[in-house]
Design a protein around this ligand. Sequence first.
Ligand code: SAM
Length: 287
Amino acid sequence: MAGNRISLAPGLYFLATPIGTARDITLRALDILASAEVLFAEDTRSLRKLMDIHGIALDGRRVFSYHDHSKPADRARVLEALEAGKSVAYASEAGTPLVADPGYQLARAAIEGGHNVISAPGPSAVLAALTVSGLATDRFFFAGFPPNSTSARQKFLSEMSVIPGTLIFYESPKRVHGLLDDLVQTFGGQRSGVVARELTKKFEEVLRGALTDLVSELQGRNLKGEIVVLVERASGNGDPAEREKDMRRELEKALETMSVKDAASVVSEALNLPRRKVYQAALELSK
Ligand code: SAM
């Protein structure tokens, strides 16, 4: 299946590409790759290789490089093509552009210029990991890559603790141990977590368990490849004793910077608990 040559309306097409297995690409993305008049990629070699695997000829087209830190002239080249009424395809190195990947500045510039911006949706590690995690999917928060330094990461994680949904982080294998340690510190070791590694690839591995168990299981392991870390939302397991503990922990943190009233309101919202009950607990804790 090499992709059909189709007539494309002018505009900027953001293409999702595989996060591992090359065949995880949509038929429409192949059609767009076969048909777009101008091709841009975060990594031109990866895109050419993907096109090769799927038998899509360049037919005289060049693949230009673009990432959000490119020189202004590179963005201007994309915009010039759009202004000339061309169909322009853009792919990041893997997965969905703009998701912890370049494309945001480009999307804004194209929208401001009044051009069509079109998505050809497909793989993204966030959703692949959420799907296999076994954690709640009704509400989730994609937090991207946490900061590298421990102090900045701990501050960043404590801001996440009031978010009422499954938390999803991208992390490098070098830093995943540090992240898990800080997650235990911030959320408590009993909160469930998931480490999803090398999804859709040969060495795919999904570890699920209490955060503290994940830390022990991974101790001494030199992890390789690409990793997504997920954390269950506060009180996700519905156990009343755990909910009570979560409430007290969140209130203690909130009371460091907020009034009793504000802390109670933020925590009752985050944990989906009755405001009166949380307010009473906040009053006691503040004494
Ligand atoms: N735009 C991509 C997307 O839609 O998922 C993400 C690009 S970001 C630069 C790369 C990060 O995504 C990796 O460090 C890892 O956290 C995650 N990731 C990408 N592919 C993955 C895979 N096959 N398995 C697990 N995590 C993956």
